[in-house]
Write a protein that binds this ligand. Structure first.
Ligand code: IPM
Ligand code: MG
Length: 363
C-alpha cells in the first residue's frame, strides 16, 4: 500500500521489500514500517511496501527458506528491510534437510551481497550494560566490514566422505573478490578516520596471503588511508582490550562472522545495532540480533536495532536528512526512557509503544 503526502520538497518514490522472517522478526519490522511511513508523510515521499517470506516461516509455507517469489520481490525493490531468521525446531536436528539459515545464504548469494557492514557504536546511556570497563568502551566507534559471499561458506568441494568418517569445507578467494570488498572498505575509511585494519591469518592460510598481497597492491592508490594488518587471533583479543583503537576493519567471511558478533557485545548495545549488506543488486538492512524465539509474539522485544536499520536504509537511498530524523527520534526515546525492558532503568514500554513513540516524534 503506497503512503503518500503532498507538502514540500522533491517527491521520491521507492519500492521497499519487507522480509519479517522468524521469531520477533514480524513485530520489530512492523515498528520500522511505521517509522518509514511517518518519514514518507513528513518528507513527502512514497514508499511502496511488498512483503516476502523468508526463513522458517517460508519453509513452513513453501518448503523453501528463500522462495523464488521472495527473490523477485527483492530484485524488484530499491531496498530490503529484514527482520530475523531462525527457529529452535531446526537447531537440534543435524539431519534436517532444509534449514532457515540456508535462506539467508541463498539471499546473500543471489542478491550478490558481498559486503556486510556493521557499525559498532556506543550509546552513553547503555555503557553500564557493557561487559567491559566503562573507560575502555566509552567513545568506541568502529565499523566491521565482512566479506559475505565467498570463502569457506561457499567454497566447493564441501561435504562428507562416502563412509561418513571425514568431512571437508574449502576456503576459496579470488583477487577480484578481495579487491571489491577492500575497495569498499577504503571508501568507508575515507568517510571516517582514514584508518583500515585488514584482519587475516596470513601466517597459516594461503587465502589470507592472497588477501594481504592484494591489499598491498591497492595501497599505492589509497595512500591517504593508513593500513595495518592483524592476525585474526590477535584481533579477537585487541577488540576487547582496546576497542577504541579501531576505525574500519575488513576481513573474510568466517573471521567476520565471529569478530562482528564479538564486537557487537562490547558496547552493551546489542539490541541497538543495525547492519547493511550491500553488493551487486538490492541492499538488505537488518538488526544484528537474532530471532529471539523466547520473546516472539510477546511485544517485549527491542525494536531500536530494526528502526536504526531503517535509518541506514534511508541513507542507502540517499535520504540523509530523513535518516537523521529517525536517528534523532531514537536518541530522544532513549533520553526520555521510552524503551523496552532490556534497557529500561525504570518504567518499561512494549515493542509497539516504543515504535509508536518514535513514529510520533518523527511526525
Ligand atoms: C550472521 C549469522 C549467519 C552467518 C548464519 C545464521 C548463517 O550468524 O549473519 O552472522 O553465519 O553468516
Ligand atoms: Mg553470525
Amino acid at each position: 500500500m503506497p503512503v503518500t503526502a503532498k507538502k514540500h520538497d522533491i517527491h521520491m518514490n521507492f519500492k521497499i521489500a519487507v522480509l519479517p522472517g522468524d521469531g520477533i522478526g514480524p513485530e520489530i519490522v512492523e515498528q520500522a514500517l511505521k517509522v518509514l511511513k511517518a518519514v514518507a508523510l513528513k518528507f513527502n515521499h512514497s514508499f511502496e511496501f511488498t512483503e516476502g517470506l523468508v526463513g522458517a516461516a517460508a519453509i513452513d509455507q513453501t518448503g523453501n527458506p528463500y522462495p523464488d517469489d521472495t527473490h523477485r520481490i527483492c530484485m524488484d525493490a530499491d531496498a530490503v528491510i529484514f527482520g530475523a531468521i531462525g527457529d529452535p525446531k531446526y537447531d537440534n536436528d543435524p539431519k534436517a534437510r532444509v534449514r532457515p539459515e540456508q535462506g539467508l545464504l541463498a539471499m546473500r548469494k543471489k542478491l550478490g551481497l558481498y559486503a556486510n557492514i556493521r557499525p559498532v557504536a556506543t550509546f552513553p546511556s547503555l555503557i553500564h550494560k557493557s561487559p567491559l570497563r566503562k573507560d575502555l568502551v566509552e567513545g568506541a566507534d568502529f565499523v566491521v566490514i565482512r566479506e559475505l559471499t565467498g570463502g569457506i561458506y561457499f567454497g566447493e568441494p564441501s561435504g562428507r566422505s562416502e563412509d561418513g568418517n571425514k568431512a571437508y569445507d574449502t576456503n576459496i578467494y579470488t583477487k577480484e573478490e578481495v579487491r571489491r570488498i577492500v575497495n569498499l572498505a577504503f571508501e568507508y575509511a575515507r568517510k571516517r578516520n582514514r584508518r583500515l585494519t585488514v584482519v587475516d591469518k596470513a601466517n597459516v592460510l594461503a587465502t589470507s596471503r592472497l588477501w594481504r598481497e592484494t591489499v598491498q597492491e591497492m595501497v599505492p592508490d589509497n595512500s591517504d588511508i593508513e593500513v595495518d594488518y592483524m592476525f585474526v587471533d590477535n584481533a579477537a583479543m585487541q577488540i576487547i582490550q582496546w576497542p577504541k583503537k579501531f576505525d574500519v576493519m575488513v576481513t573474510e567471511n568466517m573471521f567476520g562472522d565471529i569478530l562482528s558478533d564479538e564486537a557487537s557485545v562490547i558496547t552493551g548495545s546489542l539490541g541497538l545495532l543495525p547492519s547493511a549488506s550491500v553488493g551487486i543488486h538490492t541492499s538488505v538492512y537488518e538488526p544484528i540480533h537474532g530471532s529471539y524465539p523466547q520473546a516472539a509474539g510477546r511485544n517485549i522485544a527491542n525494536p531500536l536495532a530494526t528502526i536504526l536499520s531503517a535509518a541506514m536504509l534511508l541513507e542507502g537511498l540517499g535520504l540523509t536528512s530523513e535518516a537523521s530524523a529517525v536517528r534523532n527520534a531514537v536518541t530522544n526515546s532513549m533520553d526520555k526512557g521510552i524503551v523496552t525492558e532490556d534497557i529500561a532503568k525504570g518504567k518499561t514500554y512494549s515493542t509497539s509503544e516504543v515504535g509508536d513513540w518514535i513514529t510520533g516524534a518523527i511526525g
